[in-house]
Design a protein around this ligand. Sequence first.
Ligand code: B12
Length: 323
Amino acid sequence: MEDISFKIKQKALAIGFHKIGVVRAEPLYEESEHLKEWLEKDYHGEMAWLEREPEKRANPKLLFPEAKSIVVVALNYYTPHEHEETSAKGKVSRYAWGDDYHDVLKEKLRELLAFIKTLDTAADGKICVDTAPIMDKAWAVRAGLGWLGKHSNVITKEYGSWVFLGEILLNIELKYENEPVADFCGTCTACLDACPTNAIVAPYLVDSNRCLSYATIELRSPELPEEIMENLNGWLYGCDICQDVCPWNRFEKPTEEARFEPRTRNVSADLEEILALSPEKYAERFRRSAMKRTKLHGLQRNARALKKSSDKSLGRSLQTKIE
Ligand code: B12
């Protein structure tokens, strides 16, 4: 068992994961209480899928009954590029610049599971990345990959919070030796202070209804709420403000994963180009990209909102000039 756990960790690093931890599969009692409270406060907004079977989301054995262990991984997605601050373009969040992380992580986790099956022929597992009813961040914290930041994302000492998370639920016992990482946020409130819509309603607690990332990605309404539109700060898809201001992200390191390098014109997208996109062109440009999640009408809604808000602020600045 000792040997298998060690070999799995070695292989995971060889496959390209940046951090790995192994934990016992068991119910997440404390986290599930927080999840229930969060759902009761409607902090999940229109993400109805988060209401479905919350007990399964907090108990891996309900998701994969044979589960005994969970292999948790983190993959660095930081690439050394910056956004352009111009009203003609819309900012895309770092996590969506390159290829869809779901595909990249699942491919790597499949390779790792296949390797585990060579070590123990009785081994079987379930791969989870983001969309599965499981709490990726809670397991990353339990596995000692990092701590839960006040912006509610997992922060690692080595790569900051620019990491994707994933798991393999396994039907074999392994050696569990991960020490939880202390919370190094301390008294810092940079993320809470910087969020233009006060979506981080309390340390570690995000109200999605106020979050620019939620509004630009998950919200399906034909127009963005007024308060969001007035505070878009140039974001077309997703939002990185709470991470950009985090002092722990000064330890960011470029990833070796070439598929996370930005696609052309995908860091700051030209708004006129987005508004002129046909469904065919859209499908071609965002093939195997996480940006597909908001669909063409969502992306063009966001682009219209950005144009409207920049025209408004232009109007305002011209008005002040006249006065
Ligand atoms: C729903 C969701 C969202 C929602 C809601 C975000 C949220 N904070 O929950 C929205 C659409 C807003 C969102 C946005 C983003 N997301 Co998202 N999202 C998810 C998803 C699918 C579920 C998260 C979840 O369960 N939320 C429910 C709440 C209740 O759980 P929680 O956030 O862990 O909250 C905990 C704390 O609040 C804690 N708590 C409550 N009170 C208190 C008090 C104290 C004192 C303490 C210590 C703790 C505590 O209890 C809760 C449970 O442990 C996960 C994938 C997954 N399956 O887990 C990805 C995931 C969290 N998202 C991810 C990313 C990258 C993002 C964005 C950065 C993308 C972007 N740049 O636009 C933003 C970040 C916004 C933010 N600051 O959270 C990554 C985060 C990776 C990391 N390093 O942590 C994940 C893990 C996907 C992945 N597999 O990589 N996301």
